[in-house]
Design a protein around this ligand. Structure first.
Ligand code: AHM
Ligand code: MG
Length: 337
C-alpha cells in the first residue's frame, strides 16, 4: 500500500527546537536567540518589501500613518534587530556594523546571565534598496569569553572559528534565512502569506568547482597582480572557461547564488585600500563559517579567514570565498604573482 500522506514541511521554529539536542547541556538559550533573529527578520522583510512606497508615503509629509517620521531602512533594520535581541535578554552584548561601539545588554534585574554575544550587519548592500535589488542581514554568534560582569571588548574580538552559529537573511524574490550552528548549512524560505519560514534547502553543499566569478571589475586597475591574473584566467577560452561574471554588489545575494550554483566571490585589497572594504566581524566571518560548513573555502588570499584574530570591531579584510577549488586557484595566483 502506498502512503498517500505527504509530510508537512518543517518550519524553522520546529527545526531550531529539534536541533537544540545537538548541543550538550543545552538550556535552550541559543534556540531563543535564533528565534529572536527569525522574528526580527520577518519585521525587516515587511519593510524591505514596502521600500518602493517610501517616496509615495514620503510625498505625504515624510510621516507614516502613526505620525512617526519615516526612517531609512538600514536604520530601521539596525534598531529592529537590536530591539529583538535586547528585549528578550537572549544576549549579553550586541555589536553592529551600524554602531561605532558594542552595546552592553542589561537585564531588568541587572543580572544578565546570557552567555552569548551577537554581531550583525543589519542591512548589507543597502545602496541597492532604491533600485529594488536584493539586500540582506548577516549575523554571527559567539559564546562570551569573559567570565563575569558586563560584556567586554574581548568577547567580540574572537577569531571566526569560535563562532557558535552564523547565518544570513536574503530579502529577495523569495526571502530566505540560511544558517549554521556548526553542523551543516540549512536554508528556509519565508511563506509571506503565513509569515512562516519552511525548510526548503536542507544540508546545502557548495559545488567543489563552479563557473561563476563575482568581483567589481570596474576597479580592475587597483587590484593586486594575482587578482588581475585570476580575472584573465576566468576570461580565457580553455576547458570549461570562460566563466560567467555575475556581480550584484550585495554580498548576501552574490554569495547565496554562488553557494547554490558553485562560484567565487572576491573583494580584494585595492591600491588605496590595503584591507579591502568588507568587515571581518560582521560580513566575512559569518559568511566564511557558512562557506566552510557547506564544504567551500574562505581566505584573505594567504590565510583562512576563520583563523584571523581581530584587533578591532570594524576591522576590514580582503575576502575570497566560495567553491574550494576556485578559491585555491586564486591563492595560487596570489602566491605566484
Ligand atoms: P555595505 O555594508 O555598506 O552595504 O557594503 C558592503 C557591500 C557588499 O554587500 C557588497 O558586496 C559590496 O559592498 C559592494 O561594494 P562595491 O560597490 O565597492 O563593489
Ligand atoms: Mg555590510
Amino acid at each position: 500500500m502506498t502512503n498517500t500522506k505527504t509530510k508537512n514541511p518543517q518550519t524553522l521554529g520546529e527545526f531550531i527546537i529539534e536541533k537544540q539536542a545537538d548541543f550538550q547541556y543545552s538550556s535552550g538559550e541559543l534556540s531563543r536567540l535564533l528565534s529572536s533573529i527569525k522574528l526580527a527578520a520577518k519585521v525587516v522583510n515587511q519593510q524591505v518589501n514596502k521600500a518602493g512606497l517610501v517616496d509615495i508615503v514620503g510625498a505625504m509629509g515624510n510621516h507614516n500613518i502613526q505620525g512617526e517620521e519615516q526612517q531609512k531602512l538600514d536604520v530601521f533594520a539596525n534598531e529592529t534587530f537590536i530591539a529583538a535581541l535586547n528585549n528578550r535578554e537572549v544576549v549579553c552584548g550586541i555589536a553592529s556594523e551600524e554602531n561605532e561601539d558594542y552595546i552592553k545588554v542589561h537585564a531588568k534585574d541587572n543580572v544578565n546571565l546570557s552567555k552569548y554575544v551577537v554581531l550583525i550587519d543589519p542591512l548589507d548592500g543597502s545602496s541597492n534598496i532604491d533600485v529594488n535589488v536584493n539586500v540582506g542581514t548577516i549575523f554571527s554568534i559567539y559564546r562570551r569569553t569573559s567570565l563575569e560582569g558586563s560584556v567586554q571588548a574581548e568577547d567580540f574580538l574572537q577569531p571566526g572559528k569560535n563562532q557558535v552559529a552564523a547565518g544570513y537573511i536574503v530579502y529577495g524574490s523569495s526571502t530566505m534565512l540560511v544558517y549554521t550552528t556548526g553542523n551543516g548549512v540549512n536554508g528556509f524560505t519565508l511563506d509571506p502569506s503565513l509569515g512562516t519560514f519552511y525548510l526548503s534547502h536542507p544540508n546545502i553543499q557548495i559545488p567543489k568547482n563552479g563557473k561563476i566569478y563575482s568581483i567589481n571589475e570596474g576597479n580592475y586597475i587597483k587590484f593586486p597582480q594575482g587578482i588581475k591574473k585570476y580575472i584573465k584566467y576566468c576570461q580565457e577560452e580553455n576547458e570549461d572557461r570562460p566563466y560567467t561574471s555575475r556581480y550584484i554588489g550585495s554580498l548576501v545575494a552574490d554569495f547565496h547564488r554562488n553557494l547554490l550554483k558553485g562560484g567565487i566571490y572576491i573583494y580584494p585589497s585595492y591600491s588605496n585600500a590595503p584591507k579591502g572594504k568588507l568587515r571581518l566581524l560582521y560580513e566575512c566571518n559569518p559568511i566564511a563559517l557558512l562557506t566552510e560548513q557547506a564544504g567551500g573555502k574562505a581566505s584573505n588570499g594567504f590565510h583562512r579567514i576563520l583563523d584571523i584574530t581581530p584587533s578591532e570591531l570594524h576591522e576590514r579584510t580582503p575576502f575570497i570565498c566560495g567553491s574550494k577549488e576556485m578559491v585555491e586557484k586564486v591563492e595560487y595566483f596570489i602566491k605566484n604573482a
